[in-house]
Design a protein around this ligand. Structure first.
Ligand code: SF4
Length: 177
């Protein structure tokens, strides 16, 4: 069987695969972890910030809390609000239906999963931590999809649990289809 065939597909934040798509033109490649997981899975790489046309490099964005709602805005100019663009971007990705799991970049305002700092409008200390806008939508559409941040994959137990959850999700999908 050719490599990659029949492996469950998992989504991954592009910067974790070494693609230089971060706001500063860098990446966040995590080679040993990714290499280990390629034995089990095929990857679908995606960068929501590039997909909505923010470009590389780009001014950094962050999450703020305003009137009990979370918004994703430009760090130096809060009038530039990309919340709705990121929501729609996530909703429009039909390929997400093929996924059996997702690895996301910790603390990103787009990709983070429960770890992204959210500040009050004019403060710098985080008021709370939540998911990035793209990932929050992904969770709404696929609440049972196994999701993990790259930093959790460093822990061997977390990694093995994630692999088992993905394989189980894939089996359920196959049996349902
Ligand atoms: S938006 Fe996501 S994939 Fe793109 S650089 Fe930020 S963390 Fe990485």
């Amino acid at each position: 069987m050719p490599p990659g065939q029949n492996k469950p597909i998992i989504g991954i934040s592009s910067c974790l695969l070494g693609e230089p798509v971060r706001y500063d033109g860098n990446h966040k490649h995590a080679p040993p972890i990714i290499e280990h997981l390629t034995h089990h899975f095929s990857f679908h790489s995606f960068c929501p910030e590039v997909a909505i046309g923010l470009g590389v490099p780009r001014p950094p964005i962050h999450l703020i809390l305003k009137q009990q709602q979370i918004y994703c805005v430009d760090v130096s100019d809060p009038s530039i609000d990309v919340t709705e663009q990121l929501i729609q971007c996530s909703q429009q990705q039909d390929w997400q239906q093929t996924l059996c799991g997702y690895i996301v970049k910790a603390r990103s305002p787009s990709c983070g999963w429960k770890s992204t700092p959210v500040t009050q409008t004019k403060e710098t200390t985080p008021s709370l931590f939540d998911s990035g806008v793209y990932t929050a939508q992904l969770i709404k559409r696929f609440p049972d999809l196994p999701i993990i941040e790259e930093e959790q994959l460093i822990d061997v137990n977390c990694r093995e649990v994630f692999i088992r959850r993905v394989l189980s999700y894939e089996r359920k999908k196959r049996n349902a289809g």
